[in-house]
Design a protein around this ligand. Structure first.
Ligand SMILES: [Zn+2]
Length: 122
């Protein structure tokens, strides 16, 4: 079977993306039927993570009260401590560098900002 790059329109966000030969080959190697996906990668991730965004902590300083998340596309997003729900003990959850998190993004006057940031453990 021969594969070729296919242009697909995402059913979730309407963005056009390429279903690459590489992705098709990987599906075939995993023993899956090679079918054109309905959703782009970021929409697929959204479904997987219950409609939320996924990324990793670049750094967060409880002292300074802010930090940054790197999303799965490699973009940096500002996070303020007000956007992090406290634990039952009333403290900030530990957010070491590299910690996986789920979050939402709002537009603030200073640009996009992550809110509802919670550690994600898989
Ligand atoms: Zn999409």
């Amino acid at each position: 079977m021969s594969f070729r790059d296919t242009l697909v329109t995402c059913q979730g966000c309407g963005k056009r993306f390429v279903f690459t030969v590489e992705a098709q080959r990987q599906m075939a190697e995993r023993g899956q039927t090679v079918t054109v996906p309905d959703l782009c990668e970021s929409c697929t991730r959204r479904v997987k993570y219950g409609g939320r965004l996924h990324g990793r902590i670049k750094w967060f300083s409880a002292e300074k009260g802010y930090g940054f998340i790197i999303d799965d596309d490699g973009k940096e997003i500002f996070v303020h401590r007000a956007g992090i729900p406290l634990t039952e003990a009333g403290t900030l959850p530990p957010l070491p560098e590299g910690q996986e998190v789920l979050y939402e993004v709002i537009e603030s006057p200073k640009g996009p900002q992550a809110v509802q940031v919670r550690p994600y453990t898989g």
